[in-house]
Design a binder for this molecule. Sequence first.
Ligand SMILES: Cc1cc2nc3c(=O)[nH]c(=O)nc-3n(C[C@H](O)[C@H](O)[C@H](O)COP(=O)(O)OP(=O)(O)OC[C@H]3O[C@@H](n4cnc5c(N)ncnc54)[C@H](O)[C@@H]3O)c2cc1C
Length: 385
Amino acid sequence: MNARSIALVRTNFRSVTANPQGGTKLITSFYSHLFGKNPDFRALFPVSLHSQRERFFAAIKFVVDNLDNPARVMTFLEQLGRDHRKYGVEAGHYNAAGAALLAALREYTGDLFWTNGIDAAWREVIAMLVEAMANGAESDDLPAHWEATVVGHRRVLDNLAIIRLLSDEPIPYEAGQYLPVRIPQRPMMWRYLSPAIPSNSRCEIEFHVRKISGGWVSPSLVNETKVGDRWKLGAPLGGMRVYQDGADVLMVSSGTGLAPLRAQIMEMTFSGVNPRVHLFLGGRHPCDLYDLETMWRISQFNPWLTVVPVVEQPNDPWWYSGPSLEIPEGMEGLHIGRIGQVVTRYGAWKGHQIQVSGSPLMIRSTIAALSEVGIPPARVQHDPV
Ligand SMILES: Cc1cc2nc3c(=O)[nH]c(=O)nc-3n(C[C@H](O)[C@H](O)[C@H](O)COP(=O)(O)OP(=O)(O)OC[C@H]3O[C@@H](n4cnc5c(N)ncnc54)[C@H](O)[C@@H]3O)c2cc1C
């Protein structure tokens, strides 16, 4: 796309992002065009479209923000196409979705402001979107999904569970990737979870799940999962990875954001030589560092790994009655503060490979803290927020 078309699309899309209700309005209009013209598509989607709407809008925003980086956009869209196979979406559905998006954008903008230039520029974006997603869906020869049985569910905190599964066949994900997951208690609602161990021929998978209050699926994952439940797992996504022959590594995690970093660190333990890794492991209170001991144990036998525990509050909350955190001799002591600030105070990371993993808020604030000390956001690997 040329610079003029990109500028037209971005200016037009700013009218959506500048309005607090803009995203909801645009995506609601998209679905009403899509289902109005193709009523049979409705069965492919969950009853509540709330999360779907948020995610679809975030995906369009990602594409618009990155139009001048076509390789990044193409990789993202092809993955999205592969991901959508789990809903039963096929390559042919994308043309209908493209037409619905164009109609929604036009409706949002209003005929008066919808110029030929804007129309042509958006058509170009939508054609790219449709082609890349259809290619992604068609080019993947992996199954659309796998099945797995829950073999363990351990509540390590009131709002956090470690769930272990055995898949019927090995799932070929890379350590650091995430998988779409569907549980029997919430049919039709897929959520992403990051395996906390590398893929293996024994078909074992482990997820660390935090309950988001008011969420549709995570409370059920933490409260209602039972041994014997059958889950569906979709095709692996994401590209966080450590380049073995690259620079030293900075990993920053909070809460269950540890999972994809843990999987990569575990995989690195199979290799003789590794870059040096600093893992900052964050939580609000000391009791939130639910897996610190495992990471310490790994670091004892792998001197390339340093684990730095970070909490915002030095003490556990009054209602917590479990054991207090004790730092073993030889391990890095507890750092207090916001994780981004602790990381930037701790050292200079300009030449490092950097990965950040946690809630959307934590990822954004850590990237902002790193950027204040001269590390461009583009250098930081993270999952989509
Ligand atoms: C790439 C990726 C990997 C992920 N890996 C994991 C993982 O390994 N373990 C894990 O527990 N979760 C993980 N998540 C989050 C998970 O996919 C769900 O989004 C989360 O469990 C909430 O789902 P829900 O259905 O309960 O909430 P929803 O019903 O989808 O949302 C309810 C409300 O909570 C907000 N919300 C959603 N997620 C969060 C969040 N993380 N923090 C704060 N507010 C939120 C939503 O914006 C919404 O307003 C991952 C997400 C992504 C994008």
